[in-house]
Write a new protein. Structure first.
Ligand code: F6R
Length: 259
């Protein structure tokens, strides 16, 4: 795992945007795992301005609320259309979001895993992190080997996401269909982006704490190619900062990203 700390949210977002644009430039038919949420809004705005073609990319979103139709303004399919897909030349047939409105959610979950396999697996998985430590909607106690399935959301997550439902926590669906932690760990590369002081404690637990299903993001410590990119606020509870900064300033791979 590598931890890259940028001075502010704008710089963290810019770094992730450049990394993803490089990955797409190097492999135009790449398979991307995508996230939603407030942190990603800024990222998608920047990413859609990059001079890259998305035409041959395939995308798989992490999760979708159960019971929302794709055209519901609060659905993640709608979010992706608004924040990324409509701003790029991506072929919508190549974009996938779990079907949270399926009659048979178990079957929808199996088919989602099969679609990822059929596309050749995820090359790069983009992640945010929830205040309860979730990646996707893998809430505490999600098995590290879990696959796509339907999951009950924690009160913390529902409160965190209430802003997107007019501030009314009761309107936030109680369940979601989400890739599992195991599904996420199968990706070739993982890039987690977190900004803001509200993420400081959970970032420290995920990166420097024990691997535990109580903090799903801590499972990322098992992945051989995982980058955690944070701003100064989200990094503020990390103990090993001196070393992380040293790596960023000395590893050749980061040379072009240093100021
Ligand atoms: C959503 C997702 C979640 C979010 C996380 C952070 O697709 O996967 O894990 O990334 O809840 O959300 P924000 O950025 O709103 O704090």
């Amino acid at each position: 795992m590598e931890i890259i700390i940028r001075p502010d949210a704008g710089a963290a977002v810019e770094l992730v945007s450049r990394l993803l644009a490089m990955r797409i430039g190097n492999k135009p038919a790449c398979v991307l795992g995508l996230a939603t949420g407030r942190t990603m809004e800024q990222l998608y705005e920047q990413l859609s301005q990059q001079a890259i073609s998305w035409q041959r990319c395939h995308t798989f979103n992490l999760d979708e609320y159960i019971g929302l139709t794709p055209d519901d303004p609060q659905s993640y399919r709608h979010y992706m259309q608004q924040h990324l897909f409509s701003r790029t030349d991506i072929d919508l047939h190549n974009t996938h979001v779990p079907d949270g409105n399926a009659d048979d959610l178990k079957q929808a979950a199996i088919e989602y895993e099969q679609a990822i396999q059929a596309a050749g697996g995820i090359d790069v998985q983009l992640l945010g992190i929830g205040e309860a430590g979730h990646i996707g909607f893998n809430e505490p106690l999600s098995a590290i080997m879990s696959r796509t399935r339907d999951k009950c959301l924690t009160p913390t997550t529902r409160r965190q996401n209430a802003a997107m439902f007019g501030g009314d926590v009761e309107r936030v669906p109680g369940r979601a269909l989400t890739m599992g932690v195991g599904t996420i760990l199968d990706a070739g590369e993982i890039i987690l982006l977190a900004t803001g002081r509200s993420k400081a404690s959970i970032i420290a637990q995920a990166v420097e704490g024990p691997i535990t299903s109580m903090v799903s993001a801590s499972a990322l410590q098992l992945h051989p190619n995982c980058k955690v990119i944070v701003d100064d606020d989200a990094a503020s509870a990390l103990q090993g900062r001196e070393y992380y900064d040293f790596v960023f300033h000395n590893e050749p791979e980061w040379a072009e990203f240093r100021d």
